[in-house]
Design a protein around this ligand. Structure first.
Ligand SMILES: [Zn+2]
Length: 413
């Protein structure tokens, strides 16, 4: 099988005291996707990005009564990351490398020098500035009140780094990317069309603890958009994974990223819904929710989090699947046909055990993940013949079980 390099990218994770169930949901889907691709023979890189820049960290420290020094900030951030990694381990989520956006200053400078210099301009433009505390908020003229002190904000001319964004250019980029589901693509197109034909994006922001370039403090948001592009390498696919907020991250990524770093695919996996079909807003729920998850068997939780079809516009919901036995029967029959194909296997006891196990795996799969993924796995199995089916399937079954239910080990190298 041809080996293809693929980069799986997620928006950087804002460090916090504890990762949220929302983080675990996102990461479980990414993990699932990456491992499935690996099983299909692709070489997949999954880096994790920690966003330690910007106000949220300072706000959290203030809330905990920590003094705001560079040292305590580093300590705080490192502890958040350590705790985060511990949680990921508990949930069997694997990734290849981690990048902290406060450690990438030389990389950012090199990146800008090499790829973005021609598109980044310097000069006086109008930006939104708080009259009371002096905080600045970029070129968005709609910001009237300061997000930091509540003072009134007005447009003032300042010397900054900025970039000219053209609607046609972004539209052109959108056209070259595969975006799932199609609704997300429409949403992105509509958003782009609502922007001016050409306008300036301010790339700088006066903030403490942010990365500087050419004497300017860079806007943490701009840094976040560039971060995934810093994982350089020859990738034939760059897949961006999002929850529901496809607009901002995708849109600004397309504005800031040079062509060779653009995603080839954007997958918007959507939000998790509660039993009334409403979006679960993790941040509104008790902060200890993730700890409550600790009482749940991890494999059950993974199955729950993987409930959604990640590549089509189909929402897989528990009740629907449970009631939809017909589809399940079709799949069973299909699996039966494949497994019963060889006479020598039919007569052997291990085969019957295997088949039983496989059906159990199929059942569990149906409570977990999407139908079309299973069909791809079926396709993969159909390419095997004769005696080798047995070992291959045995191996595959083991992997399937490890993969979907959190007992994953030994496939990735
Ligand atoms: Zn202010």
């Amino acid at each position: 099988m041809e080996l293809t390099n693929e980069l799986v990218v997620m928006a950087p994770i804002q460090v916090k005291g504890s990762l949220s169930p929302g983080n675990i949901y996102d990461l479980t889907l990414i993990d699932f996707y990456a491992k499935t691709r690996q099983m299909q023979g692709f070489k997949v890189s999954v880096p994790i990005f920690w966003n330690v820049n910007g106000l949220p960290v300072l706000n959290m420290m203030q809330k905990q009564g920590l003094p705001l020094s560079r040292e305590t900030r580093n300590e705080f951030v490192n502890k958040c990351i350590r705790d985060g990694l511990e949680i990921l381990k508990k949930h069997y989520i694997n990734f290849d490398e981690q990048i902290k956006d406060d450690e990438i200053s030389p990389m950012i400078s090199k990146f800008i020098e090499t790829y973005s210099k021609s598109i980044i301009l310097r000069g006086p433009i109008s930006i939104a500035i708080c009259e009371k505390c002096g905080s600045d908020f970029g070129t968005d003229a709609e910001i009237i009140l300061c997000k930091i002190c509540g003072g009134s904000v007005s447009m003032q001319v300042r010397d900054v780094l900025f970039q000219k964004v053209s609607r046609d250019d972004v539209s052109n980029k959108i056209g070259r990317i595969n975006i799932y589901p199609t609704g997300a693509k429409k949403e992105l197109i509509t958003f782009n069309e609502s922007m001016p034909e050409e306008y300036n994006i301010c790339l700088t922001k006066r903030r403490e603890y942010t990365i500087s370039y050419a004497g300017f403090d860079l806007d943490p948001r701009f840094i976040v958009m560039l971060t995934p592009a810093l994982v350089d390498g020859m990738y034939s696919r760059r897949v961006y994974f999002h929850g529901d907020i496809i607009k901002k991250f995708s849109y600004y990524s397309l504005c800031h990223l040079p062509d060779r770093f653009l995603p080839t695919d954007i997958v918007c996996h959507g939000v998790l819904l509660d039993k009334y079909g409403r979006k679960i807003r993790w941040q509104d729920i008790d902060e200890d929710l993730l700890n409550q998850f600790n009482n749940l068997p991890k494999n059950d939780l993974r199955a729950f989090l993987l409930k959604r079809n990640v590549s089509k516009d189909v929402l897989i919901d528990f009740e629907t699947i449970h009631g939809n036995l017909r589809e399940q029967d079709i799949l069973r029959n299909r699996m039966d046909g494949i497994l019963g194909y060889s006479d020598c296997l039919e007569s052997s006891l291990p085969f019957l055990v295997l088949r039983k196990e496989f059906f159990e795996a199929v059942d569990r799969y149906f409570y977990g993940v999407a139908y079309d993924k299973m069909l791809k796995i079926v396709d993969l199995l159909e390419n095997k013949t004769g005696e080798s089916i047995h070992n291959e399937e045995r191996k595959f079954l083991d992997q399937l079980r490890y993969l979907y239910f959190g007992e994953y080990h030994g496939i990735k190298n």
